[in-house]
Design a protein around this ligand. Structure first.
Ligand SMILES: O=C(O)CCC(=O)C(=O)O
Ligand SMILES: [Fe+2]
Length: 354
């Protein structure tokens, strides 16, 4: 197998979400790659916030299976899914993903709207505040994207405000055991993946990763549609890695925002693998990630984003999932965010949000 070339993605400082030049840079990255990093310094998180969230996730995944079973995932997309339960790319996978996941939906007045296992129940308010910080960072990113698109700066944020109504947003803990684990004994290189190729469903996704736990690859934007590019956990030269308090947050555009912008913003396909170096390592690591899938308020109508850049965009190839908002037939009612998500979940899991 040939060596894959890591992708170099821009690192954007979002400390001033009202700077039009930053908005433009954000838009360019979202339209070209569908992926970018935000500099951890310019976000609302301290390194402690992130470390603590990872420690809760580790504690949860290490807890007895019988406890995790008490919060097994339900059709509303909340709860725990065990090893090989989810198959993100059923057409190409012979085995389900080599991962466990725990999904948290919206909190209400600081309370989870779903059962929490004993390992997490005492930490409900901390999980809620981490999800709120994620939402705050998404607010900065969505403001910058609106600036880049030259639409009112609150166009997206007013439609992603959880105080307005329920949203499809999910905070997710993920655990991928190392190649030495008994759970991965059946893993065959070139046959299996830790998480199948997919695009995300929502507006934007935040991904927090740990140093020394690689695995994410994206479908190369200028490639032949089959070339995978590893995404470094810490971008840039190794000597400069120390300038980040924690690895920059990886941000990607989801299907809904791609649909809403008629394909101008790219919802790029990605997957998780065991990199060859990891397979040869004498000391391979488990991979833990934290993901925040940001979705609009359920009732948001997905009429094309009123930007000249969207209007003038003539992309090639498929637009998002199920076409773009601009191809809405005359007289037809626009999709709502909840309907968009439901069609996506139904296609993946055969179940719906309700
Ligand atoms: O854990 C990762 O690195 C990626 C997770 C992901 O792509 C997802 O859950 O949608
Ligand atoms: Fe994803």
């Amino acid at each position: 197998m040939s060596d894959l070339v890591p992708i170099e993605l821009p690192v954007i400082d979002i400390s001033n979400p009202h700077d039009p030049a930053v908005g433009k840079a954000m838009l360019d990255a979202a339209a070209k790659y569908g992926f970018l990093y935000v500099n951890s310094k310019g976000t609302d998180f301290t390194a402690e916030d992130v470390n603590h969230a990872f420690s809760l996730s580790e504690k949860f995944f290490a807890s007895p299976k019988a406890e995790k079973e008490t919060c097994r995932i339900t059709p509303n997309n909340r709860g725990w899914s065990g090893m090989h339960t989810e198959t993100l790319d059923p057409e190409h996978q012979r085995t389900g993903d080599f991962k466990e996941a725990m999904n948290f939906g919206d909190f209400k007045d600081g309370q989870a709207q779903q059962p929490l296992p004993p390992s997490l129940k005492p930490h409900e308010s901390e999980i809620n505040s981490f999800a709120s910080l994620c939402n705050k960072t998404c607010t900065r990113i969505l403001t910058l994207l609106a600036l880049g698109l030259e639409i009112p700066p609150d166009f997206f944020t007013s439609r992603h405000d959880p105080s307005v109504g329920p949203t499809g947003s999910i905070l997710r803990y993920l655990w991928y055991p190392s190649i030495f684990s008994s759970e991965t004994a059946s893993y065959a290189h070139d046959k299996d993946v830790r998480a199948g190729a997919h695009s995300d469903y929502g507006s934007i996704t935040l991904l927090f990763q740990r140093p020394g736990q690689p695995g994410l690859e994206i479908l190369a934007p200028d490639g032949d549609g089959e070339t995978w590019a590893p995404v470094p956990i810490i971008p840039g030269p190794v000597e400069e890695a120390g300038k980040y308090p924690f690895p920059p947050i990886l941000v990607n555009i989801g299907d809904l925002l791609s649909y809403w912008t008629d394909g101008l913003l790219k919802s790029t396909v990605h997957r998780v693998v065991f990199p060859l170096a990891e397979q040869r390592s004498p000391n391979p690591k488990d991979r833990y990630t934290l993901v925040y899938f940001c979705h609009p308020v359920d009732s948001t109508e997905l009429v094309p984003v009123p930007s000249e850049a969207v209007k003038g965009y003539r992309g090639s190839g498929a637009v998002g999932f199920g076409g773009g908002a601009g191809s809405l037939e005359a007289g037809k009612r626009p999709l709502t965010a909840a309907e968009h998500l439901e069609s996506r979940l139904a296609a993946t899991y055969g179940f719906t949000k309700k």
